[in-house]
Design a protein around this ligand. Structure first.
Ligand code: MN
Length: 160
């Protein structure tokens, strides 16, 4: 192999390696920043800060269940509220907060599952420094879905 050809081969190998590295980095970024569900609609009521809600399963008379994907930007949370038939949260991304009235704030991570009993006053949202995503499941919707109460104050939110 002459010198010119050898240099060309080394250069092509270098380009190929660089492309592979870039692809690997992109894949890692996508894994940490891309949700498997669409972002949905911006929540305009009963939330403090910015949150996005995507309905995955709409209510109907047969299954009487609503399933939603909710993405909270850092610092965002919903108002104090109750669910007449309870709710299940399946945490999928980031770091979140959950609090029941009269109890300390609990930190939530991807993989955590929260069972909220009927009538228990509570709120959920992101931690101050991380976004947070959960799937919310509301069952037995014939009994009611949610009763919204007051906003979570900054003092309450920062009591962690
Ligand atoms: Mn709830």
């Amino acid at each position: 192999m002459n010198t010119g050809l050898r240099l060309a081969a080394v250069f092509i190998a270098f380009l190929f390696q660089t492309t592979l590295k870039a692809q690997t980095m992109n894949t890692k970024e996508n894994q940490t920043t891309t949700s498997i569900f669409a972002k949905g609609e911006k929540a305009t009521q009963n939330f403090t800060g910015t949150a996005w809600v995507k309905t995955l399963v709409a209510n109907d008379d047969t299954l009487t269940t609503i399933i939603s994907n909710v993405m909270f930007e850092a610092g965002a949370r919903n108002y104090w509220h109750t669910h007449p038939a309870g709710q299940i949260l399946i945490c999928t991304e980031g770091t979140g907060y959950y609090q029941e009235k009269g109890k300390p704030i609990q930190t939530l991570y991807a993989g955590d599952v929260v069972k909220i009993l009927p009538g228990v006053e509570h709120w959920h949202g992101a931690s101050p420094t991380s976004s947070f995503t959960h799937i919310a499941i509301n069952v037995n919707t014939e009994k009611g879905v949610v009763n919204w109460l007051k906003p979570v104050t900054d003092e309450e939110y920062n009591s962690k």
